[in-house]
Design a binder for this molecule. Structure first.
Ligand SMILES: [Zn+2]
Length: 138
């Protein structure tokens, strides 16, 4: 079930400290379904999809995995389980991306189970729930 993204390197998915400590081994912190869905989104939109931009000189480092003790977001966030990503898709609004995911959920995004609504970025995760797809409002 091991999976490494085709379109993303590990630095884009973890924070600086986690990368400094674990390097390539940090792939182990992710749910493989979430990694597959991240690649699926990149394939579907066929444009730049950004998670963390710290490897490119930006400030974001907690939009993928959040390490234990991270104060960003909710205590039981799926980000702390490596099962969630916050993404920006170049050329598409967050609302458009969410609509596309919902429209094509069974065809292209079978393992996405949750989206956050009404936020200016796209949060998706693969939490273990029966819903197809649950929308939460943080
Ligand atoms: Zn999120």
């Amino acid at each position: 079930m091991y999976y490494k993204c085709r379109h993303f390197n590990i630095k884009e998915l973890v924070d600086k400290k986690t990368f400094a400590r674990f390097g390539e081994d940090a792939w182990m912190f992710f749910n493989p379904m979430a990694l597959r869905m991240l690649d699926a989104l990149r394939d579907y939109f066929a444009t730049t999809v950004t998670v963390n931009d710290w490897p490119f000189g930006g400030k974001n480092q907690y939009r993928g995995f959040r390490p234990p003790g991270c104060k960003i977001g909710a205590e039981f966030s799926q980000h702390k389980r490596g099962a969630a990503f916050d993404i920006s898709v170049k050329g598409f609004t967050a609302e458009t991306v969410r609509e596309e995911i919902l429209t094509h959920k069974d065809t292209y995004f079978p393992q996405i189970t949750c989206l956050e609504g009404e936020i200016p970025w796209v949060h998706f995760d693969c939490r273990n729930i029966p819903d197809r797809i649950r929308i939460v409002y943080p």
